[in-house]
Ligand binder design. Structure first.
Ligand SMILES: N=[N+]=NCCCCNC(=O)[C@@H]1[C@H]2[C@H](O)[C@@H](O)[C@H](O)[C@@H](CO)[C@@H]12
Length: 450
């Protein structure tokens, strides 16, 4: 496929993203402690088909072969997360040496393959033992997270330069503590808002801790889900609902981190459910960071819904849009719009698209290949929007596709495939999909211009 319209600056990096609980498996192996997702998956009815991350893609054992695929594909970078309980089985205290050995080996293998590691410290799989002490509701967990982050930085930052604290903290707070559809499965608005603040605090403490211990030249940041929010109609009620969704899901993280304060309209809207916040805590949360990772998949069209006790709105799905298998509308401009908003409203040194991709029903054809043309079209269209942002002078430094491998899609188990590499779970065989081959050609084209 012609790539001239997808020519990027030579320092722009292309990668692929994953997360520990979604790909590693080895959930009970080599001294790893329980995570809240290990526990959550065992609760009947929580996960579609009763799926778990017990084995997932068996990346814990197969990472060397997977890195060979990454190298053949030409990835510049690979984003992964650390399973906190694999290194600290109790969340604090005693280190599981075999857990640390795994991540040291993973990083060594990536660097030997000239692939830049891009690391996330919390992609939702909190140690169960800390959950038993209140989890993110307990501010001590923020301190434990900072200690864990410092430890990982001391051990890996000679080879890992990109460090992000949380992945999509809004999901932990809202899906995990308000909607109850993600671990730990709580349903309490006030709790969800306290967790929002405590996650922000944990982020700031971790950045401060890593900055004290990490190598010079490290870049510290966070990965946030930022979507464009549209009102379903011109009505003021839908406009206000869309503003509330943007207010909570985006600005209750962006504002304290980059502006040192929570959005006033959100503090007002949530009233006495909003947590107590001190100036000292806001000072920690707004510890300057070097980069912001963005997960953006689609735009969210919101209509007013007073029955939604948390945020007073619901998602509207226009009939004339095309949808992915997640029932997410396909709207490639979402990347350009989000990047433009961030560039205009915040002072962010560097931006990375850390997750963008699509789930479609994939199957292996009789020729043994996976002809996922829709996913290739999705990636092409969205990467074009990333290019549009770069051409507008927005400081976008990289694009990572979600995901490198088909993997465990949280409450939907293995029913959704996002990978550019197909995983046949019964055999753990990998098949690079047509979209993976296309992505590889794109990377090779850009690398040929460097
Ligand atoms: N409507 N609706 N839903 C609310 C919007 C949430 C969008 N989902 C994400 O951003 C998660 C992110 C996560 O990092 C990764 O671990 C997940 O596997 C992917 C795919 O789901 C994405």
């Amino acid at each position: 496929m012609e790539f001239k319209s997808l020519k990027f600056p030579k320092e722009f990096i292309f990668g692929a993203s994953t997360a520990a609980y979604q790909i590693e498996g080895g959930a009970y192996e080599d001294g790893k402690g329980l995570s809240i997702w290990d526990t959550f998956c065992k609760q009947p009815g929580r996960i579609l088909n009763g799926d778990t991350g017990d084995e997932a893609c068996d990346f814990y054992h197969r990472y060397k072969d997977d890195i060979k695929i990454m190298k053949e594909m030409g990835l510049d970078s690979f984003r992964f997360s650390i399973s906190w309980p694999r290194v600290f089985p109790e969340g604090t205290g005693k280190v599981n040496q075999k857990g640390l050995d795994f991540y040291n080996s993973l990083v060594d293998e990536l660097r030997a393959a000239s692939i830049e590691p891009y690391l996330t410290l919390n992609h939702w799989d909190m140690p169960q033992s800390l959950q038993d002490q209140g989890g993110w509701l307990n501010k001590d967990t923020a301190k434990h997270f900072a200690d864990y982050s410092r430890f990982m930085c001391e051990n890996l930052s000679d080879r890992v330069k990109f460090w992000t604290t949380h992945n999509e903290p809004h999901c932990v707070a809202s899906a995990g503590h308000v909607a109850g559809i993600f671990a730990p499965g709580h349903k309490d608005i006030k709790e969800g808002l306290q967790v929002t603040h405590n996650l922000n605090l944990a982020h700031g403490l971790a950045v401060q801790a890593m900055r004290q211990s990490g190598s010079a030249g490290n870049k510290y940041g966070i990965v946030l889900a930022v979507f464009p929010y549209y009102p379903a109609t011109a009505s003021i009620h839908d406009h206000r609902a869309a503003q509330r969704w943007d207010g909570y899901f985006s600005r209750c993280f962006l504002d304290p981190i980059f502006k040192g304060s929570y959005p006033e309209d959100m503090v007002e809207y949530f009233g006495d459910k909003f947590p107590e916040v001190t100036e000292q805590e806001l000072s920690v949360i707004s510890e300057p960071i070097d980069m912001l990772g963005i997960n953006c998949y689609f735009r969210r069209i919101i209509e007013n819904d007073p029955k939604n006790a948390f945020i007073g709105g619901r998602e509207f799905k226009p009939r004339d849009a095309a949808y992915t298998q997640m029932d997410w509308p396909i709207y490639p401009e979402c990347l350009f719009e989000v990047l433009s908003m961030l560039d205009k409203d915040y002072d962010i040194p560097e931006l990375y698209i850390i997750e963008n991709g699509a789930a479609f029903h994939d199957e292996v054809s009789p020729d043994g290949k996976v002809h996922d043309a829709r996913r290739t079209r999705y990636l092409h269209a969205h990467i074009e929007q990333a290019k549009r942002a770069v051409e507008q002078g927005i400081n976008l430094k990289g694009y990572f596709v979600w995901s490198f491998l088909d993997n465990f899609e949280w409450a939907l188990g293995y029913s959704r495939r996002f990978g550019i590499v197909y995983v046949d779970y019964p055999t753990q065989k990998r098949i690079v999909k047509d979209s993976g081959k296309w992505y590889s050609e794109l990377l090779r084209y850009n690398q040929s211009l460097r």
